[in-house]
Design a protein around this ligand. Structure first.
Ligand SMILES: *[C@@H]1O[C@H](CO)[C@@H](O)[C@H](O)[C@H]1NC(C)=O
Ligand SMILES: *[C@@H]1O[C@H](CO)[C@@H](O)[C@H](O)[C@H]1NC(C)=O
Ligand SMILES: *[C@@H]1O[C@H](CO)[C@@H](O)[C@H](O)[C@H]1NC(C)=O
Ligand SMILES: *[C@@H]1O[C@H](CO)[C@@H](O)[C@H](O)[C@H]1NC(C)=O
Ligand SMILES: [Ca+2]
Ligand SMILES: [Ca+2]
Ligand SMILES: [Ca+2]
Length: 832
């Protein structure tokens, strides 16, 4: 215990010792200044007011509060010390208080300004006392007070040798300045709780009123958590819903101490978190403090948390032998404890080499650039790694590797999960391609136009195929990325042949018109894009055209994509009505990175349509409480089954894992009717759209939300990034994924795509190519959503998975029904 307790005091030792010479000089100097001020006061009456103010300002006392702790060596801990009302507590608190006061009295920079000290808690080791002290100090003495308080040497050493009070022998006195408003309400006991873990039991606590009423405003709550000596605490927030994070929003802070001091803070929490975000925190001692600070407004549920004690970990790291194996930071995927050092010595059979692959890596400290890694880090040889990283590999040129992990006193993260593998130096990636970084990738990813190795080594020295465009710099890129306004080659050579001359404007449809024809009131482009966004003035009405947005009043505005963008553009505000759509409930970012698996709640409009006896058949998008949008071809008659019969189908909403259809948040609905577009052509797949009415409305929740329907005039520009989601099943059959898959894709130039697809595109279709995702991964489902993230962060339905493979293949564009060209029909059918 002793060894670990030393860590507790690490906080201030780097602070510079006080320069006493300088301090002595300051006093007299001030007096001279004051005298001068008095003389000036007498002489020049004009500036009296100003100087009086100056005089006062310099001497007005500043209120300062420090939080601190100290260790009492010659004292044994009693259980009663955990109860601040017990006589034992009060007796010891009195002694510690007078000791602290005596320490202050003996220090010229501290003593004169001390107002009050309150002992707030004790914990074991022998006894650690937590306190706060208040000072009233003139502004010009503030700095010297800060310095004296930060100098733990001067605090203890000046005092201990004299031992005026033989009752208590103290050491390791530390104190940190805090915001007085936070320290102050410690006197208000209405939201202060002390809890001690019970052996083998889980203890639960919540914000006041949870879950029936919101937590209080203007509140400061403390939960002091304790465990037995030689134990540590594991704390988990089971549910947490606070005000959205801003600089002065409500927040929770968890400390690895009983004193709310920044150097021992573990985490600051606000808003809400995706279910995949791990909210388990470990302490390095047998104490923890949870604080809740709330501002004057907002009504939010708060949290429910639980904690229990664990034996303190003896060693961390160790020797790992064999061909391969795995290792993680302590308690992974929980937040690793602070003040921890681990060393893994990995050794594989002597004729092999060893590499370590970090599959998950979260070692992020707020405010610390990943280039410096000065706080928490992983170290291999002399290289330090920190921050959030996607999968990476570190390879050794022999059969040994040493991995070190260090966490400092404050702020922890969920850590890493890694595996080590032995490999033949002559063939590091059997059956695969080896990136120069050591990573192994599928052979089919070589020379396919996508950079799969972070250093691009998979795309060097390639011969372009006839599906590829040869950039001037030699790269090979898929042909469908030509003329999409995105510089894929790096030298822009894929965009040169399609850009407009210097003094001309490029329309959304690619046409070039002279700059002078822009905003001249005439549609020179043919799609109106030269007449969009012409007027900056709000409420300005323009003549209605098929490309102008029509407000409910019938007036038209020229702004592009004005719907639900947070700005009132129509006089009657109709552009901002019915905007309860396209927003995810979990705003804090999910911790599912890289892969194609979606997190719970990430795509709350995704619907899974099942047929009795056949399981998941098609995807759909929720657009209101009762309506879905899907693809017409899902409901074609096939092998004698009339899929257009609503009674065959069941809709699952709020579903992420197909294996979890009975989950608490999943909503199931029968289908009332299915309306396929009357022009749907089952040979060309033109007009491949259907609307589906649910038998009863769904209830919107954190995992069930509608997607926004774009106005018919909405522009999704070529080259825009979009997302497609689904379980990867198709009507034709084939096994899908059990977790909802996602892929980032990009809109392809219609002309270019039509050439590649031998003229099969109609104006009701749009063409996309995959940006990220595996080689053969099935990300989309027929009928499923293609969504766009608009600048307002709201998501709009841009398309519906139609043909050319829901299974997005890298070298094959996918074809989607174009929502904007089918928007009018959707409105006719659903009223939406
Ligand atoms: C704390 O001590 C006071 C005074 O002895 C006692 O009344 C109270 O019940 C104790 N509280 C707990 C939680 O033990
Ligand atoms: C968080 O980590 C703890 C401890 O390893 C684990 O029991 C829990 O399931 C994790 N929670 C999530 C959401 O991953
Ligand atoms: C670490 O250094 C040793 C000796 O310099 C070297 O043989 C080994 O390959 C290095 N390991 C890594 C992972 O760089
Ligand atoms: C599409 O590509 C053609 C050339 O094939 C080009 O003329 C046109 O400008 C492109 N369209 C867009 C919107 O970039
Ligand atoms: Ca590649
Ligand atoms: Ca391009
Ligand atoms: Ca608007």
């Amino acid at each position: 215990m002793d060894k670990d307790m030393n860590n507790l005091e690490e906080g201030v030792e780097f602070l510079p010792a006080m320069n006493s010479k300088k301090m002595e000089k300051r006093g007299p100097k001030r007096r001279v200044v004051v005298t001068v001020v008095v003389i000036v006061f007498l002489l020049i009456s004009l500036v009296t007011g100003l100087l009086v103010w100056h005089f006062k300002y310099r001497n007005v006392p500043v209120r300062k509060v420090f939080n601190g702790h100290l260790r009492v060596l010659n004292w044994d801990f009693l259980d009663a010390y955990e109860n601040s009302s017990s006589p034992d507590f009060i007796m010891l608190a009195k002694k510690v208080k007078s000791t602290v006061e005596e320490i202050y009295r003996n220090h010229a920079d501290i003593g004169p300004y001390h107002k009050e000290t309150v002992i707030t808690a004790f914990s074991e080791g022998s006894v650690i006392a937590y306190y706060w002290s208040e000072f009233h100090v003139p502004k010009y003495r503030e700095e010297s007070l800060d310095r004296a308080m930060a100098d733990k040497q001067s605090l203890v050493q000046r005092w201990n040798p004299r031992l005026r009070n033989p009752m208590l022998k103290v050491e390791s006195v530390v104190a940190f300045p805090v915001d007085p408003s936070i320290a102050y309400s410690a006197r208000d006991k209405s939201c202060v709780f002390a809890l001690h873990a019970k052996e083998g039991e889980i203890t639960t606590f919540t914000t006041p009123g949870f879950p029936n009423s919101p937590y209080p405003n203007n509140a400061l709550c403390y939960w002091a958590l304790r465990a037995d000596a030689n134990s540590i605490i594991s704390l988990t927030f089971k549910t947490l819903e606070l005000e959205q994070c801003t600089d002065d929003s409500d927040y929770i802070k968890v400390y690895n101490s009983l004193s709310p001091v920044e150097p021992h803070a573990l985490v600051r929490l606000c808003g809400n978190y995706a279910p995949s975000y791990n909210l388990t925190f470990l302490s390095s001692q047998n104490v923890m403090l949870v604080t809740l600070v709330t501002n004057k407004e907002g009504r939010f549920p708060g949290f429910k948390a639980e904690f229990f004690q664990l034996p303190k970990m003896k060693v961390c790291g160790g020797t790992l032998k064999g061909e391969s194996g795995t290792f993680t930071t302590p308690y992974y995927p929980a937040h690793y404890p602070p003040a921890t050092d681990c060393v893994w010595n990995i050794e594989v059979p002597s004729k092999k080499n060893v590499k370590v692959r970090f599959n998950m890596f979260f070692v992020l400290e707020p405010g610390i650039p990943v280039s410096s890694c000065t706080k928490d880090y992983v170290q291999i040889n002399s290289t330090k790694y920190c921050g959030e990283r996607s999968q990476f590999v570190v390879a050794s040129t022999n059969n040994k590797i040493e991995v070190r992990f260090h966490s400092d006193q404050s702020y922890t993260d969920t850590g890493f999960s890694a595996e080590y593998l032995s490999y033949d130096s002559s063939d590091p990636c059997p059956g695969k391609f080896t990136c120069n970084t050591g990573r192994c990738i599928d052979r089919s990813m070589r020379c396919d136009g996508w950079l799969d190795c972070v250093d691009g080594s998979d795309e060097r020295s390639c011969t372009c195929t006839d599906q590829q465009f040869r950039c001037q710099n030699g790269w090979c890129k898929p042909k469908f990325w030509v003329c999409d306004n995105v510089n894929d080659c790096g030298d822009n050579s894929d965009e040169l042949q399609c850009s407009c001359a210097a003094d001309s404007f490029k329309c959304n449809n690619g046409k070039c018109i002279p700059d002078t024809r822009k905003c001249d009131g005439k549609d020179d482009c043919g799609d109106g894009s030269d007449e969009g966004s012409c007027s900056n003035a709000v409420h300005t009405a323009v003549p209605c055209k098929e490309y102008t947005y029509k407000c409910r009043s019938g007036r038209c505005i020229s702004k592009q994509n004005p719907e639900c963008d947070g700005e009132r553009d129509c006089e009657d505000n109709s552009d901002e009505e019915n905007c309860n759509c396209g927003i995810r409930s979990y705003v804090r970012k999910s911790r599912i990175v890289g892969g194609q698996n979606s997190d719970v709640g990430e795509w709350p409009w995704q619907v899974s349509l099942h047929v009795k006896g056949q399981g998941h058949i098609c995807g759909a998008s929720l657009v209101s409480e009762s309506w879905l949008v899907s693809a017409a071809h899902c409901f074609l008659q096939l092998q004698g089954i009339r899929y257009s019969d609503p009674s065959l189908w069941t809709a699952y909403l709020g579903l992420t894992n197909q294996g979890n259809r009975n989950g608490a948040n999943v909503q199931t609905r029968k289908i009332k009717r299915i309306i396929s577009h009357p022009f749907f052509n089952d040979y060309t797949y033109d007009y491949d759209i259907a609307v589906v009415e649910l038998q009863s409305p769904v209830t919107f929740s954190s995992v069930v939300q509608p997607i926004c329907l774009p106005d018919a005039t909405h522009n999704f520009p070529v080259g825009k990034d979009l997302w497609v989601t689904g379980w990867g099943a198709t009507v034709e059959g084939g096994s899908g994924a059990s977790i909802l898959q996602k892929a980032e894709i990009r809109l392809i130039n219609q002309t270019v795509c039509n050439e590649l697809l031998t003229d099969q595109l109609t104006p009701r279709m749009m063409c996309v190519g995959i940006l990220t995702g595996g080689v053969d991964a099935c990300q989309g489902d027929s009928g499923g959503p293609l969504v766009s993230v608009e600048p307002s962060n709201r998501m709009f339905l841009a398309g519906v998975v139609s043909w050319g493979d829901g299974c997005a293949q890298r070298n094959k564009p996918g074809v989607y029904s174009r929502l904007t060209s089918l928007r009018g029909w959707i409105k006719e059918q659903t009223g939406l």
